[in-house]
Design a protein. Sequence first.
Length: 305
Amino acid sequence: MDSVSISEVSKKYIYKGKAHLVVDEISFDIRPGEIFGLLGVNGAGKTTTIKMISGLTIPDSGTVRIFGLDPSNSKTQKLIGTILEGNRNLYWQLTALENLVYFGVLKGMSIAAARKKGAALMEEFQFDQYKDLLVQNMSRGMQQKLAIKVALMHEPKVLILDEPTLGLDVPTKDFFSRFISDIAKNMGISILLTSHDLEFVGRTSNSFGVIQNGKLVKYGKMQELNAWIDDSGYRVILADELGGDEAKQLEKFGGKVIQENHANFLVSKEHLYQFLDAVKPANIINIKSLANDLEELLLNTRLEK
Ligand SMILES: Nc1ncnc2c1ncn2[C@@H]1O[C@H](COP(=O)(O)OP(=O)(O)OP(=O)(O)O)[C@@H](O)[C@H]1O
Ligand SMILES: [Mg+2]
């Protein structure tokens, strides 16, 4: 059985008297041990989707099932661990260890079991020296690490992480990527994560989805994401506009030519050097790979083959 299964889920919000459809008939499944990375630009609908899967928001239509159960019922809640954006699952006036114990007990653990598990997690994450530090006195990265521990306290079967890499430094991000891969593989936990860090999602997840304006526009195995990324070309920006004929001539090297204050080209991978030869001696102010730029990828600026 899939651990997470959502089918044709939609959600509208009313803003200034008008209904806005922010999640539009999204369907996907996550199996035990699978890490699913959800990508999308700001406002695409990722957090809203995550909240519906966590049982924090009720969909207008469609179904969400966690091991076949409704996510909002209390039995299902014990199977889920969630971290929303911005460390909201911590109490700032409590210490690190107090937070772990408090939230463990809230999820149904005994105080003794919560203390034991809390201490073990502190050690595993090399956080022991900070166990008595108040959350309000922690750096953002430390708070994020603690939030992850809080979500793991009751040993959930489904872990939902909304932008878990926010505020993490490179070594911590590496540790975290390995850590979630390990718990997915060794404990069969299903992980749903969102991130604006394409590189992190690429190396950590086994499957991915891309949300655009509330719709799931891509969904597949990680290899497909890599193929999608590899297909991309370059954006080349010249200092000055070109004459219309000149610009038209260059269109054969790629997709669009956008002339604003600068001449802005999307150039296919195989034509890059020909293109650069053709624009000589124009002043180039920027060449950037579309593949490494999530915003570019998600705005669908990639070149069609
Ligand atoms: N409670 C709410 N009331 C009204 N509109 C909302 C509410 N929550 C979210 N929205 C709107 O729904 C849309 C999707 O928001 P959501 O938070 O799901 O995006 P997101 O993909 O998580 O973006 P980000 O990358 O910025 O976190 C946005 O336009 C947002 O303004
Ligand atoms: Mg969000």
